[in-house]
Each structure stands twice: as C-alpha cells, then as structure tokens.
Design a protein around this ligand. Structure first.
Ligand code: MRU
Length: 364
C-alpha cells in the first residue's frame, strides 16, 4: 500500500488553534510544491485571498470567517461599541480582497451577525462565539459539498465522460469540492468516470489544480486546452458538464471562471447537459441578474507573461483580463445545491430550495 501523502490528505483551509493561525496550502505553488502557510495578520490573509494562494468561492468564505475571528481576538476595546467599530473595519478590509465570489461577503456577514446578536455579552464571550461560528462554517462546507455530490450523482451513470472548467474541487472548498463532489462520490462507488479538465487560462486552475487533485485520487482525468472543449463534446465523449460558481443571481445567471460561458454555449449546441454546482451560500437573491454581478479584472501580466519563459505579447499591447464570466440562466440545465437541483425558471425553483433550507434549519 502506498503510504505517501497526497494532496487530498492536506487541509485546504483550516484554523490552527495553537498557533492561532489560518492554515492554507499555497495554491500558487501547486502542483510542484505543497507549501503550507500559517497566516496570522489581516494583511497576510488579505494578500492570500487576493493572490489566489487560497481560492475558490467556498474556500475564500471559510478563510474569511477564520480570518475575521483571528482579527477579533486581537481587538483591544473597553466596550462593545469600540469592539464593533474595530470589527467592522477588519470585516470591510477582508471583504475588499476579491469582488465576485459572494461567499466572501456571505461568511463575513454571518460572522458580523454573531457580533450583533451577542451585543449584551462581554467581549471574550463574543470572541468565543465567533470562534464557534468560524469552525461551524468550515464544518458545514463539508456537509454541503457532500450533499451536492449526492444530488449530482443522480444526474450521471457509471462510465460517463464528464467535463469541468477551472477548479471547483477539494482545493476550492474544505473537502469534496462542488463540481468535483459527484466525481469523488462516484469514485468511491466504482463509477469509473472519465473527466476532461479544461486547463483554464490564464491562471491554469484546471491544469495545475483540478487535474492534480483528481489524478491523485485515482480518477481518470485528461487535460485539454480551453479551446478543445467543443471538440470533445462534438466527438460524443462528454455526457455532462459540471462547473462551480462564484455567484448565482436571483434569475439563475451564474458567474464562474472566465471561459465557463463558452463551455455552456458549446454544451447547448451538442446537447450535453450543463450543470452548475452551487451551495446556497453562492446564490445571491439580492443580485437580480448576471448584469448586476461585479466581475473582477486582474493584471495584464497574467495573460502576457505568467507561465511563459519570455513575454508572449508585444510590449505595450492592450490586455483585457476579466477573471469571471456570466453564463445565461437559459443555458444551464440545472443548478445543483445541497437542498436539491434547481431548474429553469430559477426564481421559482430557488423559492423551493430556500424553503427546504429554512425547514431543515441547517444541514446536520
Ligand atoms: O479565481 P478562482 O480560482 O478563485 O476562481 C474559482 C472558480 O471560478 C470556481 O469555479 C468557483 O469559485 C467555484 S469553487 C467551488
């Protein structure tokens, strides 16, 4: 038996209770180096999110929850109002690290609610309540992703060819990933999927991260360039597409890694079902449509220089580098959540999903 550790044995994002640190795998170093970072200051945590050392919507949310708890521990305040003012400053700072993934503000808002609900308590008790909530947000992510995997698995059959874009895997969450959750559960149950992983320009999350974690788990995975997904679909090699998501608008328009909408368009053309896997924390009912989603734009060097020995575009040429795009809701066959699979028209379907969520009072 191979006793060697694989990437699946490391925590993507965790709290080190002794060091009082946010622990992450530095994803910018993967797949070559598995470097574990212990982050204690707000600046370090902000940078880790901005630089994509920790990335993927759910993982960013968990990192922010742990990050704001660590910040709260350090606040020196004589009374609740002073504490709350400092907490808000730290929260707004972390919230500014990346704009598109709603899980960041969702987790921070959830942590803020803990502060306001406990305003009658002494500060150490509020900090302890924050600690509990950060741990719970992390644990919940595991349960949520597993449930997404179970629903996702009902949509496919053994031996299927699947395609995914970017990394919505273990490295983007705490354990199973969202888009990869059906793949991991299927692997445990002998489904023998064949997965195509788009390399995902410009930061190569598919080539560096998805193919890495899937292959380390023994799943059959083939990396393709982003411009090859239509070909594999046309060849009949793909039975379903599963992608993750950074923010779903109330009408079902879904923002995910740049290039996702092209995959959805090709899938429509070749009659391949296109599923977005999204925890309910990624559904933003306050954002009406995809037009209202703020899309992060990143520096030009990611397109022109990164990964190349020599710069691959002339000096001074203009570059457009949006990190995400929006897939129109009518291209999405289903949105797989931890409370079931929503379908078009999504406004109606989401009502049912959130009703189920309210009735369940949380996934145990
Ligand atoms: O820029 P990234 O690497 O954070 O983008 C990640 C994605 O687009 C993922 O697909 C998304 O966050 C879902 S992760 C479960």
């Amino acid at each position: 038996m191979n006793e060697e550790k694989t990437i699946m044995d490391y925590d993507t994002v965790a709290l080190d209770e002794e060091k009082n640190a946010l622990v992450i795998i530095d994803q910018t170093q993967l797949p070559y180096h598995t470097e574990i970072l212990y982050l204690t200051t707000q600046k370090e945590i902000w940078n880790a999110i901005y630089l994509l050392q920790v990335r993927g919507a759910p993982a960013i949310g968990v990192a922010a929850a742990i990050g704001i708890y660590l910040a709260a521990r350090e606040i020196k305040a004589d009374n609740y109002d002073e504490f709350y003012a400092e907490f808000k400053k730290a929260k707004d700072y972390l919230d500014s690290a990346r704009p598109t993934a709603v899980n960041l503000s969702w987790a921070l808002r959830r942590m803020e609610d803990i502060v306001t609900k406990n305003s009658d308590k002494i500060i150490p008790e509020i900090v302890e309540a924050l600690h509990k909530e950060a741990v719970e947000i992390r644990e919940e992510d595991i349960r949520v992703c597993k449930a997404i995997g179970e629903y996702g698995l009902t949509l496919v059959k053994p031996g299927d060819g699947l395609l995914t874009h970017c990394n919505a895997g273990k490295l983007a969450t705490v354990k199973y990933g969202t888009a990869t959750a059906p793949m991991y559960l299927g692997q445990e149950r002998g489904y023998n999927f064949h997965v195509f992983s788009d390399e995902t320009r410009p930061l190569l999350q598919g080539a560096r991260l998805t193919s890495f974690e899937l292959s380390q788990s023994g799943i059959d995975v083939t990396v393709i360039c982003d411009n090859m997904s239509a070909t594999v679909m046309r060849n009949g090699w793909v039975n379903a597409v599963f992608v993750g998501c950074d923010r779903v608008a109330a009408n079902g328009d879904a923002a995910n890694k740049i290039g996702t909408s092209m995959v959805a368009l090709a899938a429509k053309r070749y009659n391949v079902p296109f599923y977005v896997c999204a925890p309910t924390s990624t559904i933003d009912m306050n954002t009406k449509t995809g037009k209202d989603i703020k899309i992060e734009e990143r520096p030009a060097h990611e397109v022109t220089e990164m990964w190349y020995k020599k710069r691959m575009a002339p000096e001074g040429v203009k570059v457009f580098n949006p990190a995400f795009d929006v897939t129109d809701c009518d291209l999405i066959t289903g949105i797989v959540t931890e409370y079931g699979i929503a379908t078009y028209p999504y406004e109606e379907s989401f009502k049912e999903i959130f009703k189920k969520k309210a009735e369940a009072g949380g996934l145990k």
